[in-house]
Design a protein around this ligand. Structure first.
Ligand code: SAH
Ligand code: SF4
Length: 352
């Protein structure tokens, strides 16, 4: 038995063919799932009873089990469990008039950033296409009204290290028969794996979605200290790749910068950041993310004054930038944090 949400439409047609099912029916099933969020073959009423039975003998729906749901004023955090008992987290952010979903692409992460809770227990494994898509489906099913319009790959894991599956997810998301999301409303956030960025640049599907790159430091040395994997994916190479990345018209690359007290938050750092961007002000915008403290991480958040001083330098150089304060983030902490808490509880035997 396999998960039907593992396949973009073209592949699902092929699977149907292999199984002796009529391939054109794939489109019908696809629409039930991604337009109506019906994940029960019995309810797909325009298919014959016999056909529904055949489908249910071959496919199933949810690879994730919903464990928990924590509400904050402007966000809901969902905890899921995989079949092999890993925890996956997903955050729904309520914007003024729409929803944004922050999805996870891996269990853990191999990049090992010293400020990130996801990194604490290394990489366990990639999530499958169905496990990533199921985060969207289950959260959408949980909502009374309104469709999730924006998706950011900013949960647990490094999406470009799980390229094939992330690409399939993107295909399902942008397909007019699928979730039909705009490419501009999907953002892939990466720590900057050069080979995968080059691959993305050549890829007609992937290069059209939004690209956010976690810079986090302005010198090779400082960056290596915060993000160990950048020893081989150097700042110099990264900036070169980004400066020539084939962007759609009017599109910018977001440079994410986690501001950590006394580590990378000085006015001098801001000046260096402006210098890195140099003449390419229209290609980049900067997203400043005040560090979210965690008892397991050895850093602190800068003061509001320091954050504003950093911003002021960027403005002075004409660099677009923004700081996002979220009540939800205040409650939950950053990506991965609730998960580590729960894992601890499990170890202590407090949660079944
Ligand atoms: N692996 C990808 C996407 C997931 S992390 C990446 O690194 O881009 C998403 C964002 O959360 C990254 O920009 C990362 O720098 C940021 N982040 C991680 N831990 C954080 C923390 N404790 N406080 C604030 N931001 C954090
Ligand atoms: Fe991985 Fe991103 Fe966390 Fe770094 S910040 S460890 S790349 S999830």
């Amino acid at each position: 038995m396999e998960y039907i949400t593992n396949y973009p439409l073209g592949e699902l047609k092929e699977r149907f063919k292999d199984l002796g099912l009529e391939p054109y029916r794939a489109k019908q099933v696809f629409r039930w799932i991604y337009k109506k969020f019906i994940t029960d073959f019995a309810r797909m009423t325009d298919l014959s009873k016999e056909y529904r039975k055949l489908l249910s003998e071959n496919f199933r729906f949810h690879p994730l089990k919903k464990l928990d749901r924590v509400e904050a004023p402007d966000a809901i955090k969902y905890l899921f469990k995989t079949v092999d008992s890993h925890i996956v987290e997903t955050v729904l952010i309520k914007e003024r008039n729409h929803y944004t979903l922050c999805v996870s692409s891996q269990i853990g992460c191999a990049v090992g950033c010293t400020f990130c809770a996801t990194a604490l227990d290394g990489l366990k494994r990639n999530l499958t296409t169905a496990e990533i898509i199921d985060q969207y489906i289950q959260v959408q099913q949980d909502l009374d009204e309104g469709k999730i319009r924006n998706v950011v790959f900013m949960g647990m894991g490094e999406p470009l290290a799980n390229y094939e599956n992330v690409k399939k997810v993107v295909k399902i998301m942008i397909s007019s028969e699928g979730l039909d999301l705009s490419k501009r409303r999907i953002t892939i956030s990466t720590s900057g794996i050069i080979s995968q960025l080059n691959r993305m640049a050549q890829d007609e599907v992937m290069r059209e979605v939004n690209l956010a790159v976690s810079l986090n430091a302005v010198s090779q040395k400082a960056r290596e200290e915060l993000m160990p994997l950048t020893k081989t994916n150097t700042l110099k190479e990264l900036m070169e790749v980004l400066k020539s990345f084939p962007l759609p018209k009017y599109r910018r690359i977001t440079l994410e910068y986690v501001l950590i007290k006394g580590v990378n938050d000085s006015v001098k750092d801001a000046e260096k950041l402006a210098k890195l961007i140099g003449q390419h002000k229209r290609r980049f915008k900067v997203n400043l993310i005040p560090f979210n403290p965690d008892p397991n991480l050895p850093y602190e958040r800068p003061s509001l004054t320091d954050i504003m001083n950093f911003q002021r330098v960027l403005w002075k150089h004409g660099i677009s930038n923004f700081v996002r304060f979220s009540k939800g983030i205040e409650v939950f902490g950053a990506c991965g944090q609730l998960r580590t808490k729960r894992l601890k509880l499990e170890i202590e035997g407090a949660v079944k």
